[in-house]
Design a protein around this ligand. Structure first.
Ligand code: AN7
Length: 349
């Protein structure tokens, strides 16, 4: 079998907005695992699959769009890749800019970016600007600066390059399952991913799932139908009060016969723990919002038994170690002797 070389050099290339001369700036993103979840299937009476986007090179789904956006930025002679971010976009943009040999600058809210994501942006060499405001403030400023010469804004809002790359997640799922699932669950922040995922199924034309999007209850503008000035949730990736891709996200919901619903943080973090301890998949809290939403629909009797469901786990749990260690876990200590360790583990001597 030929080795995987990333999305631009894959069979999906004809579906991506690249030219013969576009340099492929790639970290071999895509081709992520689609794992059957015995635990969630058992709990819901459905067939539940996990699309593990945390297995991408920078640990989130953002790499799918970033390979396209940065390849085209390099082709166009850009000197600086710029983005606003709740964390994952900044990690991805900085990595692909480094790979493409150009500089990057990331605008992030001064509080609320998970530490692993900041660590990534730092090590990929981004100029990091911490802004005393929300993600929505960062995006407003990034858009204002995007007209400067040599700057390539790589946020997904209105960015066909990013969306085209992110559509590939649907192609991979259809290719793996042989058809579209009945339901596709995913977390929703700024609205780009729900838009691209839906458009991907439509473009691939082998069935259309209902799209079920989930926002954190304290940051659920698409559910309320109005912006949330001070969005609140510990799932920081989706702490967005004014989604820039608003209308297309609503269109994805409505055209698919789906929904966008809110899930409280307590349920998000319960699902977060459950995924790790029952499925061996460590996803970040925002990703777990999609699992929490699926379980809530099941509890409410709104999930038809036997449905085939795919859940996008958008980001890797390692990105947010503080969240991981805030959730309950156990350690015991022992002296450096086998008998004492046996005692602390309750093993027979
Ligand atoms: C793990 O990094 O917006 O609805 O700036 O990192 O397309 O915004 C991240 C979003 C879900 C929501 N899960 O996707 C950013 C950023 C994770 C994320 C979302 C994000 P969108």
């Amino acid at each position: 079998m030929a080795p995987w070389r990333g999305l631009i050099d894959s069979d999906y290339r004809p579906r991506l907005p690249v030219h013969p001369g576009t340099p492929a700036v790639s970290l071999h993103e895509g081709n992520t695992p689609l794992l059957y979840s015995r635990h969630l299937s058992g709990r819901t009476g459905c067939e539940v699959w996990l699309k593990v986007e945390g297995a991408n090179p920078t640990g989130s789904f953002k790499d799918r769009g970033m390979t396209v956006a940065v390849s085209r930025a390099v082709e166009a002679g850009a000197e600086l890749v710029l983005c606003a971010s709740t964390g994952n976009t900044s990690a991805s943009a900085a990595a692909y800019a480094a790979r493409g040999g150009i500089a990057s600058a990331v605008l992030v809210p001064a509080s609320g970016v998970a530490r692993g994501k900041l660590a990534q942006a730092a090590r990929y060499g981004a100029r990091i600007v911490e802004i005393g405001g929300t993600f929505d403030d960062c995006l407003r400023i990034a858009r204002a600066l995007a007209t400067s010469p040599g700057v390539a804004l790589v946020n997904s809002v209105g960015n066909e390059l990013r969306l085209a790359g992110q559509r590939t997640v649907a192609y991979e799922i259809v290719d793996a399952l042989g058809a579209a699932p009945d339901i596709h669950c995913l977390p929703v922040g700024n609205g780009g991913n729900i838009t691209a995922t839906w458009q991907g199924y439509v473009a691939y034309d082998r069935g259309r799932p209902r799209i079920w999007g989930f926002q954190a209850a304290g940051a659920a503008p698409l559910v309320h139908g109005a912006p949330v000035p001070a969005p609140r949730t510990d799932a920081t990736a989706i702490r967005v009060g004014s989604p820039a891709t608003w209308a297309p996200a609503i269109a994805a919901r409505d055209e698919s016969g789906g929904l966008i619903a809110a899930v409280p943080d307590a349920e998000i973090f319960a699902a977060y723990r459950e995924l790790g301890s029952h499925d061996g998949v460590f996803a970040e809290p925002s990703s777990a919002a999609a699992v929490a939403g699926l379980l809530a629909r099941h509890r409410a009797g709104r999930l038809s038994p036997g449905s085939r469901v795919v859940v996008t786990l958008t980001g890797n749990g390692l990105k947010d170690p503080d969240a991981a260690l805030r959730a309950d876990y156990s350690t015991t200590s022992a002296d450096p002797t086998a008998p004492d360790v046996a005692r602390s583990l309750g093993l027979a001597a």
